[in-house]
Design a protein around this ligand. Structure first.
Ligand code: E4P
Length: 217
């Protein structure tokens, strides 16, 4: 499973990237707003750190404008994935931009039928939003399972990018189902290493080691 990090914060990306935990990055207009940075500048900087796909999202709502924005974003670096929303205009932009050889991430997916359309439009990635579905009492993970089954039934190569991940359990469940990629905030990725028994075990080992009076170095 590939790990994308869902942020536009350079320091957080660099820290996880140094550990080999970053296979790509996703951003969106809200994350760019939070970073306080210019989209073109910060995206270029991210692409200089991470060699995998870096999603940069269009903000136009008409297909022709999305295509023009997508072409501009794609020029930032070779590893840009142009992110378009799952609307008919977005699907049209996906078809054109992917036909021109760009990676395209179709975002804001909330149903299996939407995911089917994205695959047919040539999407490289489909981004179903788990957390936002859970927020409205719909099982987000069920959507990941449905898309996995549908894509496998027909051999679609579009990668399932499980997004809007809020908990470490979302990552376990997405991995079990076979999502190709997860994108999560750095804080959630860091929590994957936590376990109270690891902490307790380490504390006991250190206490006992202290009693031996030995040193390794
Ligand atoms: C994915 O590409 C989105 O940027 C992100 O996962 C949305 O997450 P949120 O619902 O926590 O804002």
């Amino acid at each position: 499973m590939k790990f994308f990090v869902d942020t536009a914060e350079i320091n957080e990306i660099a820290e996880l990237n140094d550990l080999g935990m970053v296979d790509g990055v996703t951003t969106n207009p809200s994350l760019i707003m939070k970073s306080g940075r210019n989209i073109l500048e910060v995206t270029k900087e991210i692409c200089g750190i991470v060699s995998g796909p870096v999603s940069a999202e269009v903000v136009a709502t008409e297909a022709d404008d999305m295509i023009a924005e997508g072409r501009k974003l794609a020029k930032i670096a070779d590893n840009i994935a142009v992110k378009v929303p799952l609307t008919w205009a977005g699907l049209k932009a996906c078809k054109v931009l992917s036909g021109e050889g760009n990676m395209v991430n179709v975002t804001l997916c909330f149903s299996a039928n939407q995911a089917l359309l994205a695959a047919k439009a040539g999407a490289t990635f489909i981004s179903p939003f788990i957390g936002r579905l859970d927020d409205v009492n719909i099982d987000g993970m069920e959507l990941i399972a449905d898309i996995r089954q549908i894509y496998d039934n027909y051999g679609f190569e579009t990668q399932i990018l499980a997004a809007s991940i809020r908990t470490v359990n979302h990552i376990t469940d997405a991995a079990r189902i076979g999502a190709d990629v997860i994108t999560a905030p750095p804080s959630v990725i860091k929590k994957l290493a936590d376990h109270p028994l690891t902490d307790a075990g380490l504390a006991q080992f250190l206490k006992d080691w202290e009693k031996t009076g030995q040193k390794i170095l």
